[in-house]
Design a protein around this ligand. Structure first.
Ligand SMILES: Nc1ncnc2c1ncn2[C@@H]1O[C@H](COP(=O)(O)OP(=O)(O)O)[C@@H](O)[C@H]1O
Ligand SMILES: [Mg+2]
Length: 277
């Protein structure tokens, strides 16, 4: 089970993405990015965060630690923004927290480097989980202490929004042409050879056991949370066996504009002699 903490202070909203996560402090003196059960995207987003985050970490990819966070909406009483107020009020009880990486920068493919091995592992993992949220426009990758960290796995496993299609979806290919790491010559063969054999029924069973039971309750067509957990295991197991050969990298685009803040680009260009774009 994920460790559980209680939120003690709502610090500030994060407005970069769509779901308005918030930075909170908790009673273990930790600072977390909190993803709310009351957010419009629904609790399946949080299920996806837990399964993908825990799986990625076990495969050796860097993902900030996840925790269960208990929220008493009263801690947001002084928050002036009605949107935040509404979110807190709708999210009393159990929510998801991710360890906050202070000072982390958003990954920019023109400002930072990664090697073919790491790019391959990330792209292969995103193909496995069907992640559509790692594009160069919105990479959902952070750079912290010089290393790449994976965040935001809410938009993965689209099949869990329509379980009867899951078996067919498991065999579907993955178009990585828009993936932010597609231009780093991802070594997909090496990634598949290393990672696919590690996706076992035992590993997946362990990973899905970290999803809080209440987020799996009342799923139509299932006889309780355990059956839903098994469906995630079956689908990912099947996908792990086939996805290696079904990833399309597409054409390399030379014209993707930098998303990095100006000061990063200026520093980069000074170091490499590249011209800014
Ligand atoms: N663990 C973290 N540490 C530091 N910053 C984070 C962390 N998680 C998210 N962020 C920042 O918050 C933004 C929004 O978080 P994200 O998980 O991508 O949510 P969403 O895109 O659904 O709103 C990210 O783009 C990133 O800038
Ligand atoms: Mg995001």
């Amino acid at each position: 089970m994920l460790p559980e903490v209680t939120a003690t202070r709502y610090v500030t909203p994060l407005r970069e993405g769509g779901s308005l996560p918030g930075i909170v402090e908790a009673d273990d003196l930790g600072t977390y990015v909190m993803k709310f059960t009351g957010a419009g995207q629904g609790r399946k987003t949080l299920v996806a965060e837990v399964i993908c985050g825990q799986l990625a970490r076990r495969l050796g990819l860097r993902v900030p630690e996840l925790v269960r966070i208990q929220l008493d909406p009263v801690i947001g009483r002084g928050e002036p923004d009605p949107e935040v107020q509404g979110l807190l009020k709708a999210s009393g009880g159990l929510n998801l927290g991710m360890d906050f990486l202070p000072g982390a920068l958003g990954f920019d493919p023109l400002a930072f480097e990664t090697d073919a091995a790491e790019a391959g592992r990330v792209v292969w993992f995103d193909a496995l989980t069907g992640n559509v949220d790692r594009s160069w426009r919105n990479p959902n990758l952070l750079v912290w202490h010089g290393e790449l960290w994976l965040i935001d796995h809410g938009a993965t496993m689209i099949w869990h929004h329509n379980w009867p299609t899951a078996a067919a979806a498991a065999d579907k290919g993955y178009d990585a042409s828009d993936h932010v790491l597609a231009t780093f010559a991802p070594d997909l063969a090496a990634a598949a050879a290393d990672l696919a054999p590690r996706i076992t029924e035992e590993l997946l069973t362990e990973v899905v056991s970290d999803v809080p039971e209440e987020w799996l309750a009342d799923e139509p067509g299932f006889d309780g949370p355990e059956a839903v957990r098994r469906a995630y295991v079956t689908t990912l197991l099947r996908r792990a066996a086939v996805i290696g050969d079904r990833i399309t990298l597409g054409e390399r685009s030379q014209d993707k504009p930098s998303q990095a803040p100006e000061w990063v680009r200026v520093r980069l260009n000074r170091n490499t002699g590249k011209s800014a774009r």
